[in-house]
Every structure is written in C-alpha cells, then in structure tokens.
Design a protein around this ligand. Sequence first.
Ligand code: ATP
Ligand code: MG
Length: 433
Amino acid sequence: MLSFQARIVTIILITIVLGWIFSQLYGLVGGLLAALIFLTILLVHQLWHAQNFTKLLMTARYGDVPGALGIWGEIYYRLHKLVKGWRDQVLEVEKQHQRFIQAIQASPNGVIMLNEDDQIEWCNEVAEQHFGIQARRDAMQRITHILRKPAFVQYILRQNYRDPVRLTNMGLYEQYSLDVQIFPYGDKQKLVLSQDISQIEKTDAMRRDFVANVSHELKTPLTVMAGFLETVQELDLTAEERQKYLGLISAQTGRMKNLVDDLLTLAKLEGNPEPPISQTVRVSQLMQRLVMDAEGLSQGAHRIRSEILSNKDFLGDEAEIYSAFSNLVSNAIRYTPAGGEVTVIWKDADEGGVEFVVMDTGPGIAEEHIPRLTERFYRVDRSRSRETGGTGLGLAIVKHVATRHQGELRITSSLGIGSRFTIFIPAQRVVSE
Ligand SMILES: Nc1ncnc2c1ncn2[C@@H]1O[C@H](COP(=O)(O)OP(=O)(O)OP(=O)(O)O)[C@@H](O)[C@H]1O
Ligand SMILES: [Mg+2]
C-alpha cells in the first residue's frame, strides 16, 4: 500500500504529466484545462466516497463492507477489522456477564442490587420469590416502596448493616422467614442478600417443643413421687399403707424409665445409618415371641389370635423390628378393654412386599387424630394413656423403624369398632424361603 506522501507525489506527477502532454497538443491553456479536469474528477471521486462513508457509518450493520479500490478499499477494510475486534471484545464481556448472572441465579440466596438512590437495578429469581417482586416490573423502583415492612425500612435507614434483619411472612405464594442483610459496595450502591431460614425456624420450634415435652413428661412423675415421698416421710403410716405408697412411687420410676428408654431408642434410630441388608428377620419366631408378650401383658383379659399367612422373611435389623412390632401389639392390648380381641397377622401385601398387621376391637381412634399419632408425645387421650403408662413415643419409633426399612406405617380405625395398624415392608427387602 502506498504511503500518504507517495500518493500526493503520484497525483502531482500525474497532473504535471497530463498538463504537459495536453499543452504539447493544445497549447498552455489546453494543458492547464486538462490538469484542472483531472483534479476535479479526483475531488468528486473523493467526495462521493466520503459521502458513502458517512452513510455507512450511520446505517451499516455489522458485516457490511463495501468494496472499493485504492485508499477507500483500505479504509473500509481497516474499519471492518477494528469493528470486528471491538465486537469480539463485547461478545466476550457479554459471555462473562451471562456466566456471572447464571452464577447469581444459581445461588440459593436472594440477591438484589440497589443503586445510590436505593432503586432496584437488578435482582435474581430467588429474590423475586422471597420478596414477591418482579425484576422487570419493579426495576428502578425504590426498594422501600416495594418492601414496606417497618423492620426492613428501619434497617435500611439505620445504615448499620453489621447484622441481618429477620423478616417473617414474606413471599407471595410461599411463606418465607428470611434473614436479610445489606452489603454496601461500589459508589454508594447496595447488595441486599436474603436467606431462607424457614426450615431452621421450624427445626428450632420442634426442638423447643421437644424439650418442653420431655421436661413436662419428666416433671409429672417427679411431682407425683415427691408428693408420695412426703406422705411416707411425714405421716405415721401402717406397714401396709407404706407398702402401697412405695408401690406407687415405684410405678412412677417405671414410667420415667420407659420414657428415657424410648428417648434413647429414638436418638439411636436417628443417629444410626440404615439397617443392614445382610441380616434376615425370621418372622415366624418373632410372631411366637410377640404372642407370648401379648399374653403376658393381657393376663388373660383378651382373646389373642395370630395368623401367619406368608412364609416370607425380610432383610433388616431384628432388634429394631421387634421393638416396632411389639409397640403395636402392646398398644392394642393396652388400649383395648378387657374382653376384646387382638389379632396379629403376617401376610403378603397386595402391591408386593409383606405386611405385619395388628387389629383390635378397642375403642378406635377418631379420624382427626390419625395423621398426628406418629408425632412425638402425641396421645389421643392423655389421661387414659397416662393410666396405661404411655408416653406417646411408641408410634414415633414405629414410623421411624418402618421408614428406615423403606417401609411404611399405615393406620386405619373406626370409632367403637377397633383399629388396624400395618407395617408394610417393600418387595426389595423380602427374602422367600
Ligand atoms: N390400638 C390402639 N387403639 C386406640 N388408640 C391407640 C392405639 N394405639 C395407639 N393409640 C393412641 O395413640 C397414641 C399414641 O400411641 P403411642 O404408642 O405413640 O404412645 P403411647 O402408647 O401413649 O406411649 P408409648 O408407646 O410411648 O408407651 C396413644 O396414646 C393412644 O391414644
Ligand atoms: Mg405405645
């Protein structure tokens, strides 16, 4: 490519040569005229290209490269290269930006970016759910116009963002409890982060309930025992009366022991890995043991029947299974009045797998209680259950054991007719004879 000076020199030389040739042919005037016409054509050509160039700058799309000879071809080519370089850079930045957005979208926390006037510049989808906002609709809205909770408004005004603020009953479709914290950045901009703590709050509430329940359950027998002890210490009792009170005290210690044993069993179940699939639970032996237990507990007050309709065994932890099955049997005996009937069945389940069923002709359980029976400490009739020494942990343990064996506890009952408790064990754990 020619340099600028070379081009000027070339044009001057061409003009002189043209002028000279024409002056030889038509005299000096002819020569000057020819040189002038040549320069005019050259000027018009340049102006025409300059105009095209201006049009191109205003309207061209990327990739439009007009063809031209000489310096204009060179200009168009260089311009295209320059634009291509910028475009590649922009695309790269755009790609990084997209990756960045995707990363923030993938975050389990809500993220809102505020400008220096606390207007929403951008937010991710989690923030939309947490705060019930819409990124497009609410863009450039002041956050305090949208999030009007006094606790949050005070928090943002206070300008001390060292600790998060807790907001409850948030969200449009779901109810969230959120920890929201502001992080100032850049030039007076703010990042608002929200973390869903609903689950943590639920667990906290459960833990508090649990501690309250345990304390209450321990306090009752302790109070009763203290009363009896006082009586024994302070009153002048006959040996027979004394014996009676000591018997009552011992019943209360038995209750406390049961409670602690059940709590330990639950803790063990929760802390242990799933039961092995290498151990086989021999059901027919287990059934014999359960029937003997039932007879011992009933003391002849009930008719006890057992039916082994399946010869299948299954893989699991025998001690856990015994504890679960015997819980159901002892419930049936304890809650069924004398003269009633308790039936224990081992059978194939219709949907594959096997079932352990305990049926009784007891008082039955009202519909509304059934879904809650497996909650810890839940008892239908506290006073009746207390008479029988129940703590309300039995069915919680049964459900746990069933779930750990990938099975299920199913309960059906009719008031005045009786109840049916079923532990279902899925086919994957069954071993045939
Ligand atoms: N067969 C049944 N018939 C009637 N009610 C029952 C029967 N089984 C359980 N229930 C009711 O369900 C409640 C919860 O039973 P669960 O076995 O969890 O506790 P519990 O028997 O009171 O105490 P625990 O088993 O810890 O000694 C019982 O208090 C009782 O009200
Ligand atoms: Mg029980």
